[in-house]
Design a protein around this ligand. Sequence first.
Ligand code: HEM
Length: 354
Amino acid sequence: MEYLQLDKVINAQALRSVEAGDEAHEEMLFIITHQVYELWFKQIIHELHAIMDDFDDGKVDERNIGRSVSRLNRIIKIQGLLIEQIEVMETMTALDFLEFRSYLFPASGFQSVQFRQMEVLLGLEREGRVKYFDADYDTVFDSPTQKKIRKWEAGNSLFSLVEDWLERTPFLNWKDFDFISEYEKSVSSMFEREKQEILATDILSEKSKAARLENLKHSESYFLKVLSKEEHQKQQEAGEIRLSYDATIAALLINLYRDEPILWQPFNLLRRLIEVDQLFTTWRNRHAQMVMRMLGNKMGTGGSSGHKYLKKTADEHHVFRDLYHIVTLLVPRNCLPVLPEELKKSLGFYFSAH
Ligand code: HEM
């Protein structure tokens, strides 16, 4: 058998317009673009499985984190291509598209099983999805495919595995060092310093000083609120956040102490996850924009409101949004709690720790 099986790939374009005896030149572009997407989706799924395997045995070998970071990086590069490719699709005009659009019905992007698989593997939940005409997203599929999707949903996702891994971070309570209470102290002294600076300055009027102090009070109470377990739980119950309290605090610690050698790769991993999430959003937005150009406000062949539906998914279909919010909690390096010497040694490389 030919290794690359190019005969199959190259002969897999059956133009409906040709079948109907009325060839539409642009239909070839439409089919090939979709096929190229699906091949890249397959590669992304392949990488996701490998990353998830590394996180799946209840204990992540730290040596594998670098490997997962590289794999996420590859996914990010592929996503760049997926976004760029929309420009090729856009060389087709709306009128050209209309020449064969009726042949597509009822096929649509909703039928991409691999797109759904990527979403589910990353951790997009059924309950959080935008609905179209009150239908669940998998109703377009036949029953064996729906079963497969349910099985993926019932299994682990990258989100759940990363959350478990973060929860196991060993440095939150290190002997007498309690990260959260030390961090709270640092945050309070940072705000106190800023308060004193505002009070001492001659540049601001009394009115703007008062306004700034009021703002500062809000920021401080935000910080303290986020660090509270009870508040976190309330926000989780209200569906405002998803990542568990322990995982959030661990992600905060990793972000704050990223310069410590052992935390550098975990930090890179978190950063890459945010990037993957963002690039999916960028793709969703670009695709929605393209759909606006091709269809205006027409409905999609899959039965959704088209552009409006797609725009909403771009706004709402995030998986790692909680990791972005960590940034709000960062304080300058010079305000960080000083780590106990022994802990600092444990976070360093063996040789550099001497
Ligand atoms: C002329 C080009 C295209 C048009 C006009 C178009 C239009 C649409 C529309 C209207 C929808 C909403 C579903 C519906 O009601 O039909 C949709 C969904 C989708 N399309 Fe496209 N599309 C185009 C190209 C592509 C390409 C090249 C891909 C690559 C795989 C793609 C992937 C998807 C996916 C995955 C969805 C589901 C999105 C979701 O539910 O979040 N589309 N498309």
